[in-house]
Design a protein around this ligand. Structure first.
Ligand SMILES: NC(=O)c1ccc[n+]([C@@H]2O[C@H](COP(=O)([O-])OP(=O)(O)OC[C@H]3O[C@@H](n4cnc5c(N)ncnc54)[C@H](O)[C@@H]3O)[C@@H](O)[C@H]2O)c1
Length: 376
């Protein structure tokens, strides 16, 4: 097994000469201009759409050819904009993830005379990145989009992989497109002031991603818990890079979620139902972790996962401070799961962890699921 920390020490390694080098090719003082500030995590092809994820420093986040900048009232302050740049500022949070916001982006794009080759850049959590990419996919049948995720969840998950959209009333992500951003620019320093609840939401997705696709990341999360919780920038860069590689590989194989991309929904069928039944007192990340524990319980009962490994994972989650017991009525949670939109031919699919990097998709009997839900 390779060391999980190997690439931590490579973070500042230059990947290519910056553009400025070409302007000063013969000067002996060239090194003064050579400050490596970006590192490509990976270039992908998502269903034929080229996309790449890049680690950046704060000054490099905004592409110089941005024609329209989109953010919300919290994330607008994170990026300094050149004077006169057209911008749209949206209402923060899930409540604002509605058609009105996309309409505002599209109308501004028209007023500003953006063309199909113009660049819309969205900086924010998953709500802003989903809506910016959605608007970008619609404007003139698709203009250029670059995303700057500012929450941990958006960095490790939402901004990469091409799912865009809005909610329709209470129905989450009912309207949308597949439209990968040409670039996702990530600066882990932006996470310093992210509210703790939002940070833990993202960490839930990180833990899930580690179980699905990166045993070394899982080990790093076990060994470096304090640094992770302290938001150490180097550790975060490594975590984000690894999550991007796991998600990117699954999306390259399966953009439209016909197969293995569904692994990324580990913990979500149970978790979404708990969020709904608790009227969103359970936050998304915490509910996903609780849902992963339920999926582990189902796996153990089916003989897919070893009880020892399931216990190890539960201790890991507890160590990060997640709540593993829900007081809500199991029957109500089961009913909410039946409403899940990820049904196939009327049956509910469950993503079950059999071990690290060993994920199965199973259709489960409701009575069996109810028994799992009753376990304290
Ligand atoms: N497209 C996908 O594949 C995908 C995957 C997962 C989730 N999502 C979507 O992502 C959304 C959730 O994203 P989220 O958890 O980022 O929520 P969010 O976008 O609502 O952001 C959470 C809050 O944190 C604030 N914030 C963001 N970055 C900040 C920063 N650096 N400093 C201070 N405040 C900051 C935001 O303004 C907001 O108030 C959901 O709508 C979900 O459907 C999409």
């Amino acid at each position: 097994m390779t060391s999980p920390y190997h690439s931590l020490f490579e973070f500042h390694k230059p990947f290519a000469p910056p553009v400025s080098l070409f302007f000063y090719p013969f000067t002996p003082r060239v090194k003064e201009f050579y400050t490596p500030v970006m590192e490509i995590i990976k270039s992908f092809s998502f269903g034929g759409f080229p996309s790449k994820a890049v680690l950046c420093n704060k000054q490099e986040l905004l592409p110089s050819d941005t024609a329209l900048f989109v953010a919300d009232h919290h994330t607008r302050e994170l990026i300094s904009l050149p004077e006169g740049l057209a911008e749209v500022t949206l209402i923060p949070g899930e409540e604002g993830k509605q058609w009105d916001a996309v309409d505002k982006i599209l109308k501004t794009a028209m007023e500003e005379g953006l063309a199909r080759d113009s660049l819309i850049c969205g900086a924010g959590g998953g709500v802003v990145t989903d809506m910016t990419a959605f608007a970008g996919s619609l404007y003139m049948r698709g203009c250029r989009v670059i995303l700057i995720p500012t929450s941990l969840l958006a960095m490790v998950d939402a901004a990469l992989g091409g799912k865009t959209g809005i909610d329709a009333g209470v129905y989450k992500n009912m309207i949308g497109t597949f439209y990968p951003a040409e670039e996702v620019r990530i600066c882990p320093e932006l996470l310093r002031d992210l509210p703790l609840k939002e940070y833990m939401n993202g960490l839930g997705e990180v833990l899930k991603t580690a179980i699905i696709g990166d045993a070394d990341l899982l080990q790093l999360l076990v060994e470096k818990r304090e640094a992770v919780l302290a938001r150490d920038t180097e550790i975060l860069s490594e975590i984000i890079r690894r999550c991007i590689l796991v998600k990117g590989a699954l999306v390259e194989e399966d953009l439209r979620e016909k197969g293995r991309r569904a692994f990324l929904n580990l913990g979500h069928t149970f978790g979404h139902a708990l969020e709904a039944v608790s009227e969103f007192r359970w936050s998304h990340g915490a509910a996903v972790i609780w849902g992963t524990v339920k999926a582990l319980e189902a796996s153990v009962r089916l003989g897919l996962a070893s009880p020892d490994w399931a216990e190890e994972m539960k201790s890991l989650f507890l160590g990060y401070g997640y709540e593993l017991e829900a007081l809500e009525d199991p029957q109500a949670i089961l009913e909410a799961m039946k409403m899940d939109k990820k049904k196939q031919k009327g049956k509910l699919r469950y993503i079950l962890p059999a071990g690290p990097q060993d994920i199965r998709i199973e259709f489960l009997d409701p009575d069996f699921v109810l028994e799992v839900l009753k376990v304290k």
